[in-house]
Design a protein around this ligand. Structure first.
Ligand SMILES: Cc1ncc(COP(=O)(O)O)c(C=O)c1O
Length: 395
């Protein structure tokens, strides 16, 4: 892989709707970060922001809607889909013609609300502080609405078996296909890391991995080494231990254990707690150094795995040039453009580039880099006309 003509995904021909462009995301080497950290292993990012709705959750929306239609739970023209959070679901509803109501905790970004509204969904904001089982939480409000709205259906990602199954089949198959068709020396996964929200992603992937391992005849004649599966969880979530509290990263962590999450060995070997600061710093690295437009929880996964690979337990994988470390990067930064952590990040990123180049440009131009008014005033004072330019003649 990597040649100019290599296919980047499984798509062939013309797709019949945006729903066919859900998933089929690329697995991309994080070469600069691996090198800087001194890791010899292959760090590989599964880039879910390439999916049609921009998130790993698009996959489960498709599968949950498809199966609910097959089972007659969703009836075209009658059903109203009500769900806590999820752009992918609003996307599926827009294409299939279902009315969609999304309940959204206040901390979720304005960008998500704007996208959901653009897809025709109705949005109900709920207090972030509300415990999951309080009637005012995004889950409580969704349940209340479902009871009172005729045709109201909650597909319930927290308990729907199609949530982990979307990853057991789709996401896992894509990762193994990418590895099999790559030019990497080994084709198996040494280490997999993913954040957990509902837990569908990590549980589905871990089940597929353990299922594959179980299918190898006593491991005989197989070069497969048991895959280490790590789950990442923010401080303030209880999934990986600790007390409930507030944190900024979106999409991962909860104050209850969702039914679809199987948090224990042999599926998940270890939980890694991360904080906002390291997550946002790692997000910045992914964008700045690898050119990947990822959101905050991708930084959580990266910061968690970096810490693990530097630890005693992680060293043998970190030092193995043939080991493949797969990191799920769940969504894209465009969901978070107005968030303070990103605006701050952008400011400090431009500082990182050094004052040198700024001073050089300042000296060449004789002005501050952003000072457009000064240029206009000078042109006016000197009687110069700035032709064919934006803003000429007061436009
Ligand atoms: C934005 C976002 N959505 C979803 C997920 C995964 O969620 P789940 O555990 O529900 O599959 C993550 C996990 O990292 C995430 O960051």
């Amino acid at each position: 892989m990597g040649g100019e003509t290599s296919p980047q995904h499984h798509w062939k021909g013309v797709l019949s709707s945006a729903l066919d462009a859900v998933g089929h995301t690329p697995l991309i080497k994080l070469q600069k970060i691996a090198k800087e950290e001194g890791f010899k292993c292959n760090l590989l990012g599964k880039c879910e922001f390439f999916s049609a709705g921009g998130s790993v959750k698009d996959r489960i929306a498709n599968r949950m809607v498809e199966y609910a239609e097959k089972e007659g739970v969703l009836i075209p023209g009658q059903s109203v889909v009500i769900e806590p959070t999820r752009i992918g679901l609003a996307l599926a509803c827009a294409i299939k013609g279902y009315q969609c109501v999304i309940t959204l905790p206040a901390k979720m970004s304005l960008e998500k609300e704007v996208m959901l509204r653009a897809l025709g969904a109705e949005i109900v904001r709920t207090p972030t502080e509300a415990a999951w089982d309080s009637p005012e939480s995004h889950i409580g409000i969704a349940k209340k609405l479902q009871k009172s709205i005729p045709g109201g259906v909650i597909l319930d990602q927290y308990s729907n078996p199609n949530n982990p199954l979307a990853h057991y089949y789709g996401t896992y198959e894509e990762i193994t296909y990418a590895l099999k068709t790559s030019d990497l020396p080994r084709k198996d996964i040494s280490l997999l890391v993913a954040g957990a929200g509902t837990g569908g992603t990590i549980t589905g992937l871990a089940r597929a991995i353990r299922g594959y391992e179980g299918s190898l005849v006593n491991g005989a004649a197989s070069s497969h080494v048991r895959t280490v599966v790590l789950a990442v969880d923010p401080e303030g979530s209880i999934l990986g231990g600790g007390e409930p509290g507030n944190y900024q990263v979106e999409g991962i962590g909860y104050d209850f254990f969702p039914e679809v999450l199987d948090p224990n060995p042999p599926l998940i070997d270890q939980w890694i707690k991360t904080n906002d600061e390291e997550a946002f710093a790692a997000t910045k690295r992914l964008i700045r150094e690898e050119g990947l437009f990822v959101g905050g929880s991708s930084g959580s996964a990266l910061s968690g795995i970096i810490r693990y690979l530097h630890s005693e337990n992680g060293k043998s994988i970190a030092n193995d040039p043939e080991a493949n470390v797969v990191i799920i990067l769940p969504d894209g930064v465009r969901n978070y453009m107005s968030k303070e952590w990103l605006l701050q990040t952008a400011k400090s990123a431009s500082k990182d580039q050094g004052e040198d180049i700024k001073d050089t440009i300042k000296n060449i131009l004789g002005r501050d880099l952003g000072d457009v008014n000064g240029v206009l005033k000078e042109a006016k004072d000197e009687g110069k006309v700035l032709q064919n330019g934006e803003g000429v003649n007061g436009h």
